[in-house]
Design a binder for this molecule. Structure first.
Ligand SMILES: C[S@@+](CC[C@H](N)C(=O)[O-])C[C@H]1O[C@@H](n2cnc3c(N)ncnc32)[C@H](O)[C@@H]1O
Length: 254
């Protein structure tokens, strides 16, 4: 039986191998798209200004960069992949005076209660052995009155069906072969990321919007808003995207 640590480390190594494929300008575009293009945050450019932020499961550090560019006083980033920690640090080295990056798990966040003005955790909990525990950890370290941005895979739709069919082959087709094939199909590393992520990540949980709303309400979060994702712009109806990508902005009650 794999331990929590082994699963998190394997997951972190997979993602680090993906982030390493992005050159700096491709990565900067990936970062610029994060908050203000892909799933638009319904806030203005001052949202991050002077805030102390946590990025839990920072990956390549793309959200970290966006928060720092938009004036965050400090960003603390954690990830369970040592290559992800390296990517987050190196790609954001010009902001090192406002950045702290640690190898740590979202299931055991190494910060005291009520530390952060903003907690961001996008695309992470559904890859862990105990997503609900991770969620409680995120709320624990958020200050009363602070904001949480949480993104999780939605359930249903033809796309999830296709992803689960592809995952049946992940123990047969080597990762390196799939990567070589996707590189022949497209020169866009975001496409490579989407394929490798969906197919090879060890745990891939999916949720109904109602499940996540229940988590948020049980934690007494307020001002809950579901964020739009632009998947509709690709002609994806509900039959294709199911619940879509489930991303919420909410606040911890004072
Ligand atoms: C899909 S990526 C998302 C990265 C980033 N949030 C973004 O939006 O670009 C998932 C990230 O979660 C990290 N991760 C997985 N399990 C984790 C855990 N238990 N604690 C912290 N990070 C974890 C992985 O290493 C990976 O970098």
């Amino acid at each position: 039986m794999n331990t929590d640590q082994e699963i998190a480390t394997t997951t972190g190594s997979l993602y680090a191998s993906i982030w390493d494929q992005f050159n700096q300008s491709q990565w900067e575009k990936f970062s610029d798209d994060h908050f203000f293009n892909w799933s638009k945050l319904p806030v203005d450019n001052t949202f991050f200004a002077d805030k102390v932020c946590l990025d839990a499961g920072s990956g390549s550090g793309r959200a970290v960069r966006s928060m720092l560019i938009h004036g965050a006083a400090k960003v603390c980033a954690i990830d369970m992949g040592s290559g992800c920690v390296r990517n987050t640090k190196e790609r954001n080295s010009s902001f090192s005076d406002r950045l702290e990056v640690q190898l740590a798990s979202v299931l055991d966040i190494p910060y005291p209660d009520n530390t952060f003005d903003i907690v961001h955790c996008d695309g992470v909990l559904h890859h862990t052995t105990d997503p609900k525990r991770g969620f409680r950890e995120l709320v624990r370290v958020l200050k009363p009155g602070g904001s949480i941005i949480l993104g999780l895979y939605g359930r249903g739709g033809l796309m999830n069906f296709a992803i689960y069919a592809a995952r049946l082959f992940r123990h047969i087709i080597p990762q390196a072969l799939t990567l070589a094939l996707v590189k022949r199909v497209s020169s866009d590393p975001v496409f490579w990321y989407a394929v490798m992520d969906c197919m090879y990540v060890p745990i891939r949980e999916n949720y109904y919007e109602a499940d996540i709303l229940q988590w948020l309400r049980e934690a007494s979060l307020v001002n809950i808003q579901r964020l739009d994702s632009n998947w509709g712009a690709y002609g994806m109806g509900r039959w294709m995207k199911g619940e879509g990508y489930i991303k919420f902005l909410a606040e911890k009650a004072r």
